[in-house]
Structure formats: structure tokens, C-alpha cells
Design a protein around this ligand. Structure first.
Ligand SMILES: [Zn+2]
Length: 118
């Protein structure tokens, strides 16, 4: 799943209204942003070698969500400003995931953020 920071704001609102799927997404983004400023080696953009930092935070995120009941196994990767605006960025990100840690990754529709729905 590919999400922009605007999508994260929508998810935050939905999470505050009780949507658990949105809350999981917000927690994954928060964890990713926390790692950007503290992890060594410095995290890099999923699509290029741009180093992400507190001053160069990701502007979009890609999630790998396993087909199991344990959402804690989800992975969130950041994309730099340049890559987050590339044409067909969602498919580019999935292809990067397929060539790396998730060979069967595919694009999923965004969450339904209706209050009370997963
Ligand atoms: Zn990049």
C-alpha cells in the first residue's frame, strides 16, 4: 500500500474515530519516522539512495502488510520527496519490494476509513 502524508492525516482522523486499521497505519508511520531520526545506518529511500533524516523526512510511505492476523509483522518504508512524486510511484514501490523482501507483494486499495470499519 502506498500512502502520502495527506493519507496519513486522513488515517489519523479515522483512527481518532475508532478505526483500528487506520490506527495501525498511523502507528507504523510514527514508528518509521522515529527510526528516521535515530537508526544507524541511516535509513534510505525505498526507490533511491537518498538518506532520510529529521531534516529530510519521507514524504510518502509504502507498507507491506502480511496476509495473517498479526499486524505487528507489517513493514513501513519511506520515500524521499523526489521519488514520492514520480509517475506510477505505487507500482515502482511494489516492484522494489518484490525485488527485495516481499517477492509476492502487490498493490492494495487504500483502507476504508469509515469509522468503526477495519
Ligand atoms: Zn528516493
Amino acid at each position: 500500500m502506498f500512502v502520502t502524508r495527506v493519507d496519513v492525516l486522513d488515517a489519523y482522523l479515522a483512527a481518532s474515530l475508532g478505526n483500528e486499521a487506520a490506527a495501525r497505519l498511523v502507528r507504523l508511520v510514527a514508528k518509521n519516522l522515529e527510526h528516521v531520526g535515530t537508526t544507524q545506518p541511516t535509513p534510505i529511500c525505498l526507490l533511491c539512495n537518498h538518506k532520510l533524516s529529521d531534516n529530510h523526512q519521507p514524504l510518502a510511505f509504502v507498507f507491506v502488510i502480511p496476509e495473517c492476523d498479526d499486524p505487528s509483522l507489517s513493514i513501513c518504508s519511506g520515500l524521499c520527496q523526489r521519488c514520492s512524486t514520480l509517475p506510477d510511484v505505487a507500482n515502482r514501490a511494489v516492484n522494489a519490494m518484490r525485488s527485495g523482501i516481499a517477492p509476492d507483494a502487490r498493490v492494495l486499495p487504500k483502507f476504508d476509513y469509515q469509522p468503526g470499519h477495519a
